[in-house]
Design a protein around this ligand. Structure first.
Ligand code: SAM
Length: 220
């Protein structure tokens, strides 16, 4: 059995039984684990860089899943088939994720689930994917190697209106208030305190930092 990091395990556990395309598959670990756990019997592992693609292809063979998972040397969702029901895009910037999804809207028509792990611009990713006709069904926050990751599962929805606070903090995360969620924002509050204490900041900058701090405190 392939070993997954905490972050990839959370993504794995969000994937429904479906034809899955993992965009930016790199080592292919997620797709291998999904086959091993019986969640996926057909899928695509997409990579657009030669080195990772070669590693991906050999890992699929090594773990005997190459009859179920097709490696695609391709850009984003361009070459996935129309039977794909779930798209996973993990380990990229939020804008890159959005651009990948927006580049081929015709490939999203039958997609029911999108799971993302955006390393930045998370509010933008939430907003843009909701505007594509999806709603947030699940969210988890995890800390690995001192980095906080927000993993978001979207499902197709008729209407997905999402407010500013939900975009920024996550509709599920901000209600659940897990220990990791609190730690993320407590860490930021401590950073703000240290920046202000280091001195020599213009008053406007101090006011902005204090406003951010007070906003964060409301969510702890
Ligand atoms: C940091 S790795 C993340 C790997 C894995 N998804 C994970 O979360 O552990 C991002 C991978 O996405 C690939 N990638 C970036 N943009 C891509 C695109 N437009 N199409 C396919 N792959 C892409 C990169 O080559 C890289 O291997």
């Amino acid at each position: 059995m392939i070993k997954l990091s905490k972050r990839l395990r959370i993504i794995h556990d969000m994937v429904p039984k479906s034809v899955v395309a993992d965009i930016g598959s790199d080592h292919g670990k997620l797709m291998i684990a999904l086959v091993e756990s019986g969640i996926v019997t057909k899928g695509y592992a997409v990579e657009n860089k030669e080195g990772p693609f070669e590693r991906l292809r050999s890992n699929l063979i090594r773990y005997h899943v190459n009859d179920k998972i097709t490696p695609l040397f391709s850009d984003g969702i361009k070459d996935i088939t129309r039977d794909v029901g779930t798209i996973v895009i993990a380990g990229m910037g939020g804008l890159n994720i959005v651009n990948i999804l927006k580049a081929h809207p015709e490939k999203l028509v039958r997609v029911q689930t999108i799971i993302i792990d955006a390393h930045n611009a998370v509010p933008t990713a939430r907003k843009e994917i909701c505007m594509m006709g999806f709603a947030i069904a699940d969210e988890k926050i995890v800390k690995e190697d001192d980095i906080f990751y927000e993993i978001i599962k979207f499902v197709r929805a008729d209407q997905a209106i999402i407010g500013e606070e939900d975009l920024e903090f996550g509709p599920i995360l901000r209600r659940e208030k897990s220990a990791t969620f609190k730690e993320k924002y407590q860490t930021r509050i401590s950073e703000i305190d240290n920046i202000i204490a280091s001195g020599n900041l213009p008053q406007t900058r101090i006011d902005t930092l204090n406003a951010e701090k007070h906003k964060l405190e409301r969510y702890l």
